[in-house]
Design a protein around this ligand. Structure first.
Ligand SMILES: Cc1ncc(COP(=O)(O)O)c(C=O)c1O
Length: 383
């Protein structure tokens, strides 16, 4: 039954249709623990489609970030430069191996790293730059990659939200030495929980080490390939890969990725049509998709002129049974960020703009009418 107060959730996990068939196939195959035929199929598919040297499926993007910290040997004495405006996993993955987090400020036009600020924070101790790609946009990845090259530091892309998005025809996650992807149920394509590590490094020993770290820090995969006789503990690793059940589920989703993206593009265009005139009139900022970006249409977010405006819209939508979601709470002023020695006032743009971000409901189960309801209420508020 349609009604103006029908609930519009912020996010509804995508269902492609063939997930159960693939799960039944895992039952027939009898291999459940992971790195079986579905895992290998998904990895080779992503490598081929996006031109990635080596893909390892992980149980989350968090796991891919944690693998990155281990593979870079990021430890005490090393500094990692990352935005404060991100999800906590970007930070915790490197903090837990003992590296020092150096937060940088955002560019409020995109809510992604301000590259000048990132550059100014590079020191001889900097080990890696870890920018994120946010909400279906790409960070200024060409400039950041060049910066990393000039300064001799490693680029790790947190592309949790960037699967199947491209900058100048190159997949997000393929610019850095490592790229980290999320297939969490809140992402366009998912397996409940899942992720991937993109390894864009041709060095076979680096890739072999990544496989050992992925396989609980053992050379078990080399044993399975018949390269060595018996397996042993070789590296500091963990249990980083997903089960075959997740890989099988994900494979069904990937088969539907073209239709999924086309549908999201239609929703995004509808949001654009409903809100761009207000944005042009200065009611709020709505980031434009720049030329050169092939977005995955992960999200639609607005940056308001004040926190009060942002809250007014969020609460009005909530009263109409529509869930809109706040942006990231800056990590440097979070309880953990403060405990690590950061302080409020250090990143003025992040602190000013993060509370003004509102993410509108966006998922494949939304009808065009749902988008019109959301944009209609927002237009009414600014009339
Ligand atoms: C920028 C960013 N990095 C990392 C993550 C963590 O991803 P996962 O839930 O797959 O561990 C998220 C989650 O949304 C994210 O937004």
């Amino acid at each position: 039954m349609d009604s103006p107060d029908r609930k519009i959730p912020f996010s509804v996990p995508f269902i492609a249709g063939r997930e159960m068939d693939n799960l039944a196939e895992v039952m027939r195959n009898g291999q459940f623990a992971g790195n079986g035929p579905f895992t290998q199929e998904v990895q080779s598919f992503i490598e081929g489609k996006f031109g990635i040297t080596k893909v390892l499926l992980t149980h989350s993007c968090t796991a891919a970030l944690e693998m990155s910290a281990l593979l870079l040997d990021a430890g005490p004495g090393d500094e990692i430069i990352l935005p404060s405006y991100t999800f906590c996993s970007t930070a915790s993955a490197f903090a837990r191996t003992g590296a020092r987090l150096v937060f940088c400020d955002v560019d409020p036009r995109t809510m992604m790293v301000d590259v000048d600020d990132m550059a100014a924070r590079i020191t001889p101790r900097t080990k890696a730059l870890v920018p994120i790609h946010y909400g279906g946009l790409s960070c200024d990845v060409d400039r950041i990659a060049q910066l990393a090259k000039d300064k001799g530091v490693t680029l790790v892309e947190d592309a949790a939200q960037g699967f199947d998005a491209f900058w100048n025809d190159k997949a997000l996650g393929s610019f850095g030495r490592l790229g980290c992807i999320s297939f969490h149920e809140t992402k366009n394509l998912h397996a409940g929980l899942c992720g991937a590590l993109y390894i864009n490094d041709e060095d076979p020993e680096f890739q072999e080490r990544a496989i050992r770290v992925w396989e609980r820090g053992t050379n078990r995969q080399a044993v399975l390939r018949g390269v060595v006789d018996r397996y042993t503990w070789t590296d500091l690793g963990s249990s980083f890969y997903p089960s075959e059940l997740q890989a099988a589920f994900l494979w069904a989703q990937l088969e539907a990725m073209t239709a999924n993206k086309a549908e999201r593009q239609r929703l995004h265009q509808r949001y654009e049509a409903g809100l761009r005139p207000l944005a042009d009139a200065g009611a709020f900022h709505m980031p434009k998709l720049p030329q050169g970006l092939d977005s995955n249409y992960h999200a639609c977010f607005l940056v308001f002129n004040s926190f009060q405006d942002c809250e007014r819209v969020r609460l009005e939508l909530k009263a109409k049974n529509i869930a809109a979601y706040i942006g990231y709470v800056p990590l440097h002023t979070s309880p953990m960020g403060l405990a690590l020695g950061n302080r409020a006032g250090a990143l003025p743009k992040t602190e000013e703009y993060a509370p003004r971000v509102l993410r509108l409901p966006f998922h494949n189960h939304m009808a065009p009418d749902d988008v019109d309801r959301v944009t209609g209420y927002i237009r009414a508020l600014f009339a």
